[in-house]
Design a protein around this ligand. Structure first.
Ligand code: FMN
Length: 351
């Protein structure tokens, strides 16, 4: 069952469009700087997440593993990560903890990218021992713990008990040998839960907001369920969730922004909202499935080129500098944040 689910996830993530809920980035604008006082060579796109240095801020987010048929997909993603010097995460490793036959579908990632930054991935129900095994399985530098309550509820075979997650995450943090990153998978994280998660000792939060790959739609398609657009739009738009998280995130923690990041400008907006990195899943798998490696690498390098252009146009020499450039927040996002007691004017008057 789990193996065919992995294949379905890839199939439907490619077949379905983003949304219908929006990521909220159209409400975010950066202010042009006509006197950047910077040269192209001064632009530095390196960053760090959970204390780990990354060459560029684009992280290939968790996608797959756990079935023989996805070994080749993971091999391709790992080669792409290696060619682009990007960090990547594997998909949930629970399958390999249950069935050693599918271990190779994950291990191939480390084999193809021996010195790369690779994140392990498990659900919040995992035991600390399982989390450590997942890390060792691929010699990971960090582990992502995913939260996906809405997806589980739509899945006929999904979990129905979500209690004890917070305490379990704290136990994982205590016993695992690498930093822990908690991520959503498309419904975002509100400030109340971000605060609770921060107190567990995790090192970073990955927004996983609404507006990109929609696991409610994917699971509905798998189960041939016809859901209303309003149900499929359950969640917090990525841009809004990022601002909610930043409003409570302690200084020693990092935020990764993901969920519908598709363009260089969305990357820049995410970093300007305080992200140290961004995550992308479906665009990477789509380009690797539809084009060849050379095309995919040049698409990625173009994104990095555009990111440098926008940094220069904003007067930001580094990713840290981007979090100080003025950002105008308007429309629905501004209304939402006002209703949530978050002051958006501070973003517009940054110096
Ligand atoms: C085919 C597929 C499988 C995924 N499997 C996992 C997974 O096992 N664990 C996880 O944390 N996220 C998983 N995700 C979610 C992504 O990591 C990411 O949070 C989500 O797709 C939103 O990013 P995007 O809009 O750039 O695709 C998967 C995504 C895709 C497309």
């Amino acid at each position: 069952m789990r193996q065919s689910r992995k294949l379905d996830h890839i199939k439907y993530s490619l077949a379905l469009a983003d949304g219908p809920g929006l990521s909220g980035f159209s409400d975010i604008s950066l202010v042009h700087n006509c006197l950047p006082n910077l040269g192209w060579e001064e632009i530095n796109i390196s960053s760090s997440i959970a204390g780990i240095y990354i060459n560029n801020p684009l992280i290939i987010n968790a996608i797959t593993g756990g079935a023989h048929d996805v070994t080749a997909v993971n091999e391709q993603i790992a080669e792409f990560a290696c060619h682009t010097h990007s960090a990547m995460a594997v998909g949930s490793q629970y399958a390999a903890l249950e069935d050693p036959e599918v271990l190779q579908s994950y291990r191939v990632v480390r084999e193809k990218n021996p010195s790369g930054i690779i994140f392990a991935n498990l659900g919040a129900y995992a035991t600390p021992r399982q989390a450590q095994l997942a890390v060792e399985m691929i010699d990971a530098q960090a582990i992502q713990i995913h939260l996906n309550v809405a997806q589980e509820l739509i899945m006929t075979e999904g979990d129905r008990n979500f209690s004890g997650y917070l305490a379990n995450i704290a136990k994982i943090v205590e016993s695992v040998s690498v930093p822990v990153i908690v991520k959503e998978v498309g419904c975002g994280i509100a400030k109340e839960q971000a605060k609770l998660l921060a107190a567990t000792g995790i090192k970073a939060i990955d927004v996983g907001g609404m507006g990109g790959t929609n696991f409610l739609a994917i699971e509905a398609a798998r189960s041939k369920l016809n859901l209303y657009p309003e149900t499929l739009s359950w969640g917090i738009p990525t841009a809004i969730s990022a601002i909610e998280i930043m409003s409570v995130l302690p200084k020693h923690m990092d935020m990764m922004v993901s969920g519908g990041i598709r363009t260089a400008l969305e990357v820049i907006k995410s970093l300007a909202l305080g992200g140290s990195a961004v995550g992308m899943a479906t665009p990477v798998i789509r380009i690797l499935q539809e084009k060849d490696m050379e095309f995919a690498v040049s698409w990625f390098n173009n994104l990095l080129h555009e990111i440098r252009c926008y940094m220069l146009l904003s007067g930001a020499a580094s990713i840290k500098d981007l979090s100080k450039v003025p950002v105008v927040i308007s429309g629905y996002t501004k209304d939402w944040l006002a209703a949530r007691g978050i002051d958006t004017t501070q973003y517009g008057i940054r110096k």
